[in-house]
Design a protein around this ligand. Structure first.
Ligand code: EPZ
Length: 419
């Protein structure tokens, strides 16, 4: 059943919320549980569609999975090393199963991934990386087949810092005999969290979070209990929601050290932050000051917050330019924001956003995870009702967003979408 979200805008947010565990950290770490037989216990795993998909992949391989408050995986019974199209097509991150299967079984058969509509998202860097480690890769009927019987340490040099390929190669290399050096590695906090989990399992990794990661292969790994880091993208999204409504919210479990570039841009927009103990108060300004943003690999400004910031800047007091350098097709929210009265033109990989006096509610269509959040955020500021269609995209990556927003005073409800 398709659903849509109806937002009645114009109310400043106020109250307290708690940031959930990170989706993009949980996905690779849950997948890493297949690397060693035994019972793994994960805390702070968010309750999301992408997590359910991951549970499905682990079960399909033969693991026993319980996903209640604690996410438990018993990977002892895993006997299969094939991840089917049925599951992999739903989520690009499924391709991380490849590195984990190589580490455990020295072989893998994984369908080429699908995922959000963000333009061409090839996996050439993943495959090139595996080949550096002696893995023989072939492709057949949409499946990538890895023969890693000759797996060994090696030097992996990425053309650019890719998050997924860095994670896949980290997993494949931890049991590869000898030393592996990954150069031009991505430095995202989620990679550091994965390395922390793998290290607790017995891996020997140095330099996660830096451009060069060194791994000394170990013979075996053991199960762990692990707590997932907070979701920096959810945190950033709620900061933007407070800012666009001129509201004040208190946030708990905010990973401020992972949000330096984001909070800096919000400060330039006029947002104020006050840290008291573990909580962060976000105070939205009366007027949004325009800013220019370029998305970059971490620690630069995250592409996953580009769409929410585009919404924020539609009501700024002047013109802002946002340049998207990570994905070639991540402006699907723009025509929808224009339906709400925004003044935006796209010039190649940049959006030129002229602030308007205000937005007016209208029906809009979401087409990926972060753009659905950006349309809800715009709806919070728009006068009248904004209806965001195809809200299933939101459920892939935000844990009960409408409940969290309602508790902050937003008027938002989920209803059945008829067509
Ligand atoms: C991760 O995707 C995140 N997903 C994305 O979040 C995030 O937008 C992205 O990193 C960038 O920060 C997860 O962590 C599950 P990449 P990933 O490999 O790993 C190109 C969200 O909304 N590329 O760093 O797929 C690729 O096409 C999601 O939560 C190649 O060309 O990102 C893209 O343009 C969306 N060849 C760019 O690199 C490759 O082999 C960055 O991709 C690999 C990537």
């Amino acid at each position: 059943m398709l659903e849509k979200m109806i937002v009645e805008g114009g109310r400043p947010l106020s109250g307290e919320m708690t940031v959930s565990g990170s989706k993009n950290s949980a996905l690779p770490i849950l997948i890493a549980s297949i690397m060693a037989p035994g019972r793994f216990e994960f805390h702070d795993v968010p309750d999301l569609m992408d997590i359910h998909t991951t549970a499905g992949i682990l079960s399909e391989l033969g693991a026993e999975v319980e996903n209640h408050k604690t996410f438990i995986v018993d990977s002892t019974p895993i006997a299969s090393y094939e991840a089917s199209w049925e599951l992999v097509r739903k989520m690009r991150a499924s391709f991380l199963i490849m590195g984990a299967l190589i580490a455990r079984f020295r072989k893998a058969r994984v369908s080429l991934p699908g995922g959000c509509e963000l333009g061409l998202r090839p996996v050439d860097q993943h495959l090139k990386g595996f080949e550096y480690l002696g893995v023989k890769i072939s492709e057949e009927h949409g499946l990538v087949i890895a023969d890693a019987t000759g797996l060994h340490g090696g030097k992996v040099v990425f053309d650019f810092p890719t998050v997924g390929a860095t994670e896949n190669l980290l997993m494949a290399s931890v049991t590869a005999p000898g030393e592996t050096v990954i150069q031009n590695a991505a430095r995202e906090p989620e990679i550091v969290d994965l390395a922390r989990a793998l290290t607790a399992m017995g891996a020997r990794i140095e330099g996660a979070g830096e451009e060069t990661i060194r791994i000394q292969g170990v013979q075996s790994l053991s199960p762990i209990t692990h707590k997932i880091i907070p979701d920096r993208i959810e945190a950033g999204t709620f900061m933007v929601a407070a800012a666009i409504t001129g509201g004040t919210i208190i946030m708990n479990n905010v990973p401020t050290t992972m949000l330096v570039s984001v909070m800096e841009k919000l400060r330039e927009c006029g947002v104020r932050f006050e840290e008291t103990g573990d909580a962060l108060t976000v105070i939205g300004p009366k007027k949004i000051t325009p800013v220019d943003i370029e998305t970059l690999p971490y620690p630069g400004f995250p592409t996953d917050l580009q769409a929410p910031f585009t919404s924020l800047l539609t009501i700024a007091d002047g013109t802002s330019i946002i340049s998207e350098t990570i994905f070639e097709k991540r402006f699907a929210h723009v025509p929808e924001l224009i339906r709400l009265g925004a003044d935006i033109t796209i010039d190649g990989r940049s959006a030129v956003i002229k602030g308007t006096g205000g937005l007016l509610g209208a029906p809009v269509m979401s087409s990926d995870l972060r753009n659905s959040a950006s349309l809800i955020i715009a709806g919070l500021a728009a006068r009248g009702a904004t209806e965001v269609y195809r809200i299933y995209h939101l459920d892939r990556g935000y844990e009960r967003m409408e409940e969290k927003l309602s508790r902050l005073g937003a008027v938002i409800r989920r209803v059945r979408q008829d067509d």
